[in-house]
Design a protein around this ligand. Structure first.
Ligand code: GLU
Length: 293
């Protein structure tokens, strides 16, 4: 059962400042805020800026302006992930102490090349729910000495979760409580379909999965309301919560706003960008109508 240091439900909107907000974000922010107000709960804002190469202070300022325009007031201060790298490192250390983490040395290009070579004669390399190839097993099986030698050589590496071992650490079946689609039910979570997920990279001290789980617990979030594009990730979040002994919130995955091409809106927001709409004289009522609220 979700546990919170607050006595009221806690909702959060957690955008990444790596592009302008668009109508998809508006739906998520407004829905979170509406649900929090209806439940007389808290509405928090979290700036998910662990990817320091792509996130900028300008996009962050844009988020504040867009949310103010949407009439969405968050409790201050907003939590900025880049202020909390040490919390994610502490969580990673706990998983390391459980012997569930290994250094992964292959670059994306090397993985792609291995997959391509494997698939030349018609075989299919397994993919995760987002369509990315699962990480090859070689690094997981390296000896301690070999790992140390690679690291001493300065070979860049990420840290990955040993999914097989991790699943042996928790009580199965793993489930989450989903409230999307207006009825509450328990859904089975199968994190194994993601393979050995990344927990930190050489250029970012935490991964999305690790920081989101640590932060939802740190902020006492009881209700995660987010797009259906993150539905499958919830299995990984539930696994990390079990491993780190963190409470599990309710999850509510909402429909996505699609562009004219029928695809999820991208960060190059174009005509669906909130700042563009504002500049073109659109009002809050127009945005609510456009996102179907
Ligand atoms: N930062 C993520 C995004 O912008 C959302 C994370 C979440 O709601 O769990 O897509």
């Amino acid at each position: 059962m979700p546990v919170s240091p607050f006595d009221k439900p806690v909702y959060r909107f957690a955008p990444s400042p790596n592009g302008p907000l668009h109508l998809g974000h508006a739906l998520s922010a407004l829905l979170n805020h509406d649900m929090a107000m209806e439940a007389e709960g808290h509405f928090l804002l979290r700036i998910e800026d662990i990817d320091l190469a792509r996130c900028t202070p300008e996009f962050e300022q844009g988020i504040y302006r867009d949310l103010a325009w949407l009439g969405v007031a968050w409790e201050t201060p907003a939590r900025r992930q880049s202020d909390h790298f040490s919390s994610y490192e502490a969580a990673l250390d706990r998983l390391r102490d459980m012997d569930l983490v290994y250094p992964a040395f292959m670059t994306r290009g090397e993985v792609r090349a291995q997959v391509r070579a494997f698939e030349t004669d018609g075989k299919i390399w397994p993919r995760d729910p987002d369509g990315a190839p699962l990480y090859p097993p070689e690094d997981k099986h390296r000896s301690r000495a070999e790992r140390q030698a690679f690291i001493a050589e300065g070979k860049p590496h990420a840290f990955r979760l040993d999914m097989e071992k991790a699943l042996q650490h928790i009580r199965l079946p793993l489930v989450w409580t989903e409230t999307g689609d207006s009825h509450q039910r328990e859904l089975p979570a199968d994190p194994s379909e993601w393979g050995d997920v990344v927990l930190s990279r050489s250029d970012a001290p935490s991964s999305y999965h690790l920081s989101v789980v640590v932060d939802d617990a740190a902020q006492g979030v009881t209700h995660v309301v987010r797009g259906l594009d993150l539905f499958a990730s919830t299995a990984v979040h539930r696994l990390l919560q079990e491993l780190l002994q963190l409470p599990s919130p309710f999850y509510h995955h909402h429909r996505l706003i699609l562009g004219e091409d029928g695809r999820k809106l991208s960060k190059s927001a174009g005509s669906t960008g909130l700042a563009t709409l504002r500049g073109n004289g659109f009002m809050l009522g127009d945005v609510r109508r456009l996102v179907g609220l």
